[in-house]
Design a protein around this ligand. Sequence first.
Ligand SMILES: N[C@@H](CCC(=O)N[C@@H](CS)C(=O)NCC(=O)O)C(=O)O
Length: 211
Amino acid sequence: MSAITFHYFDAYGRAEAIRMMFHYHGTHFTDRRVQFHEWPSVQASGLCEFSELPVLEMDGLRLAQSRSISRYVAQKLGYGTSNHYDEYLVESICDLRSDIVQYFLKMLFQKDLETYDREMSTSMVEWLKLIEARLVKNNGGNGWFVGNKVTRADFEIFETIYDFMLKDDFGNKYSHLVATHAPKLNSFMTRFRESSHGLKNYLNSRPRAFF
Ligand SMILES: N[C@@H](CCC(=O)N[C@@H](CS)C(=O)NCC(=O)O)C(=O)O
């Protein structure tokens, strides 16, 4: 594999689940974190086909659009699926994830933590139950989201629950919600994290970001 460079801002946002895929797999990549003052010159450089980040340079290609990049990386690293129904299962849980992220990101952008806090114990709990129900449909919820191996769905759900509820910045403020309302998902979070040294190391050392 030729050198890989992943360009995004110094944030989790649309990049973090993709970064996690590389770390989980143990594939080296340059994690280029564009600072806001650099953005005008990056934008003017022609790097970004659609004038936005993230952009991934891999296999001699330059790829845009986070969800398309995520699908490409998943296929390349062996986290894809082998039939249409499994693909549907992956895509539908990833679409649900997008809905959740859209909903909460607004509050984080506006630093409206009061609403965020309230919505975690209301809307998010309802979403947790739905995610739990989907997880339980596959191997009783004791494995991964789709089939018998890790797929893109696992990365996207892991990253969302981790970064919106469980990361250190929140202390234990929201972890009880996952444990109480989605016990299988709670175990999944530990199982997934523990299943890769690369991911564990990254989570212990990654640059801190608000979202
Ligand atoms: N649909 C695109 C949206 C990309 C996007 O909105 N990127 C934002 C950062 S999260 C950006 O580049 N903002 C800078 C700007 O538009 O000037 C994707 O998923 O990649």
